[in-house]
Ligand binder design. Structure first.
Ligand code: SIN
Length: 398
């Protein structure tokens, strides 16, 4: 009897041990997942602290990679943040993440292949969401680009950037960079942590463009989704899709296939070394506001812009740059106070034609520049003059 009880106790203990063992074995995945995720969160908050310092100080940090192959061109990468450096909580999260989180070293680690086509030097200028881009950063970036391109050893420059304002920064550089060497802006629509993140291949393509002698003389370029667009004509068309950028009726200037850029078009408007705009001694850009036209509009925002110290106003009008009557009165009054008025359009394609009424009102028409790019050109034009006739000639030629 005692023996039977002992045996039963032994059997129960054995079953319990087996059960514990089985439970432990059945959930190793969820356990290791939690373990894997935990350090990810830690890394994220560590990066966040780093990011803040970088953004605030905006200091330029050189990060030479330990690769020097005399036969390869030297490409400098200047990192400014954006989704390409964005981090999400999971690999399926493609919206609502934080842009401008990971540093340039991490971006480069994701594409070791770039070292096979160029000697890379990295500079972290800022690490921001590009919706937070300021004129101060634009000026610092342009000066850094001009400084680096002046060196014979630099073949080309890649700038990593958020896609939200990449076209504005690209167009600004297109007007103030004093070199024929390639300058390529690159971003991504999916954060670096996403499944099928588009950043690594975009970055690889951008380096391939910057490294190629064929890329010289095309002005500043935007490299996304295998396409090469000109800074002037490329614009963001979709809020979230990977193929978010296009150049509408003016067309892309080329594409990248298998590490090689192929060019089909050359931008015809003045850019880079031919441009008259020089920011080498500029520390501040004139304030230019963009106002969005709509039915039942008013002059409230025009008057507020003038009161706020705007030196120029871009009016993103309806259709061919049309303006609501009361808003028009506000713009005419603003012009009489010396504010330069540019009629642009909220419509995605087509030009805003110059009309006889523009001459009467002393207004400028935006040609085919969208309102965001018209702001860039007007800021630079205002460094030179506030004469609407002269400024119109810039809009006709740049
Ligand atoms: C940004 O512009 O910084 C965020 C969005 C993006 O890069 O796609």
């Amino acid at each position: 009897m005692r023996k039977t009880i002992k045996n039963r106790f032994f059997l129960i203990a054995l079953s319990l041990l087996l059960l514990i063992g089985l439970t432990a074995c059945s959930s190793p995945e969820s356990k290791s997942e939690t373990i894997e995720k935990a350090p990810k969160t830690e890394t994220k908050s560590e990066t966040k602290t780093e990011k803040k310092t970088e953004t605030k100080s905006e200091t330029v940090k050189e990060t030479p990679q330990n690769i020097t192959n005399e036969e390869l061109p030297n490409v400098s990468i200047i990192a400014t943040g954006g989704t390409i450096a964005g981090v999400a909580a999971s690999d399926t999260q493609t919206t609502g993440y934080k842009a401008g989180e990971v540093a340039i070293e991490t971006l480069l680690d994701a594409v070791p292949e770039v070292k096979e086509i160029a000697n890379i030097t990295g500079t972290q200028l800022v690490n921001i969401d590009s919706s937070a881009m300021t004129n101060e950063v634009l000026l610092n970036l342009a000066k850094e680009v001009n400084k680096q391109l002046a060196s014979d050893s630099v073949a080309g420059i890649v700038i990593t950037h958020g896609t939200d304002t990449i076209e504005e920064t690209a167009y600004f550089l297109n007007l103030v960079v004093k070199s024929e060497k390639p300058v390529v802006l690159v971003g991504a629509m999916r954060p670096s942590t996403a499944i099928s993140a588009d950043g690594p291949l975009n970055l690889y393509n951008a380096v391939a463009i910057a490294a190629s002698p064929d890329s010289k003389g095309h002005g500043v370029m935007i490299a996304l989704n295998d396409k090469i667009g000109s800074a002037r004509d490329t614009t963001k068309l979709n809020t979230t899709a990977v193929n978010a950028f296009d150049s509408f009726e003016y067309g892309d200037i080329g594409n990248v296939q298998g590490s090689k850029p192929y060019f089909y078009n050359k931008p015809s408007r003045i850019h880079t070394s031919e441009s008259k705009f020089d920011i080498s001694n500029v520390t501040e850009l004139p304030k230019v506001e963009i106002l969005y036209g709509h039915g039942n509009d008013s002059r409230v925002l025009v008057d507020a812009a003038v009161k706020g110290g705007a030196k120029g106003i871009i009016h993103a009008g309806t259709g061919n740059g049309s303006v609501f009557p009361e808003t028009q009165e506000g713009l005419v009054d603003a012009q009489k106070k010396g504010v330069v008025i540019v009629r642009a359009s909220r419509v995605a394609t087509g030009m805003v034609t110059h009309e006889a009424t523009d001459d009467t009102n002393k207004f400028v028409s935006s040609d085919s520049l969208n309102p965001a790019k018209a702001r860039i050109l007007l800021m630079l034009a205002l460094l030179e003059t506030s004469d609407p006739v002269k400024i119109q000639s810039y809009f006709n030629n740049y």
